[in-house]
Design a protein around this ligand. Structure first.
Ligand SMILES: [Zn+2]
Length: 282
């Protein structure tokens, strides 16, 4: 069974709640850390979806072309890394269009998918799905069916499903992996789809979660960030709630990913959901 692997392509200072107008002075490291991920994926024949931040596409066009030339799918992570529920629908549309145009200009291929920064399509931001479809996108991977202080719709579908808006627009929603705690435990989904959780869990526990999901015949979607395979990136003062997860166990990511690639088979969203996407675009 092929599962989905993705990378939210952003630099280390872009994923820690520093506003875009303060990014100027920080050391750029995204190209080097992406190279580590691209090498590892090539060794294990993994094809990924790379959700590229618009600002990264603007500053590193050769990086985007290189990812595309290596056979990976390029999708969008928005432009400014601001949470969707903090944006007006107008600004969300403007930033989406800007990032999609940047990427399509570099690859010559249509962008089909979107992942919001911090999984920030929550109950208050479901309007964003309509805009995605109006702007020509077919799938989204931004709704996380968990409790978290900054994101989540705890009772959302854990598996891929077609979400329909009030006026009938359809988008394929593919959440990252969660494991539903069994009875009599509370009705809660454990996040186990990568990011900080891949670094926090011992690898054996991570694999156990994914095998259990696989035994149900269900899809698994796992993601990482380039800065998670760059333990040497600068340490700066951050609120504890941000720094505790951002810097945790960074030197474990690459070896855990390698074991993950040995134990499971991964492709891009486009490859795994080709039939569902064709049906939506018909
Ligand atoms: Zn991000």
């Amino acid at each position: 069974m092929s599962h989905v692997f993705s990378i939210d392509v952003e630099d280390w200072y872009q994923g820690i709640e520093i506003p875009m107008d303060q990014w100027e002075g920080f050391e750029r490291r995204v190209e080097d850390s992406m190279e580590r991920l691209l090498d590892l994926m090539a060794r294990y024949d993994v094809t990924a979806t790379c959700f590229v931040l618009g600002k990264v596409a603007e500053e590193h066009p050769d990086l985007v072309r290189g990812i595309h030339d290596a056979g990976h799918e390029i999708a969008t992570h928005g432009y400014s890394h601001e949470k969707v529920y903090n944006l007006s629908p107008e600004r969300f549309r403007r930033e989406l269009r800007r990032s999609v145009n940047l990427i399509q200009g570099l690859t010559g291929e249509r962008v089909l998918g979107h992942r919001a920064p911090y999984f920030s399509i929550t109950e208050d931001a479901l309007w964003a799905l309509d805009i995605l479809r109006e702007e020509g996108l077919l799938y989204d991977s931004s709704i996380h069916p968990v409790f978290n202080y900054r994101y989540g719709i705890p009772n959302a579908d854990r598996q891929p499903s077609v979400v329909e808006s009030e006026d009938g627009a359809q988008v394929l929603e593919v959440p990252v992996a969660t494991y539903p705690l069994p009875d009599p435990l509370p009705d809660t989904n454990m996040p186990c789809g990568g990011g900080a959780y891949l670094r926090i869990y011992p690898y054996r526990l991570q694999r156990w979660f994914l095998r259990k999901i696989e035994e149900r015949g269900q899809h698994i979607s796992v993601y990482v960030h380039p800065w998670e395979v760059d333990p040497e990136h600068p340490k700066i003062d951050l609120p504890v709630r941000v720094s505790a997860t951002h810097y945790w166990n960074l030197d474990s990511t690459l070896s855990k990913l390698e074991r993950l690639f040995r134990d499971f088979s991964f492709r891009s969203y486009h490859d795994v959901f080709v039939n569902e996407l064709e049906a939506l675009s018909a």
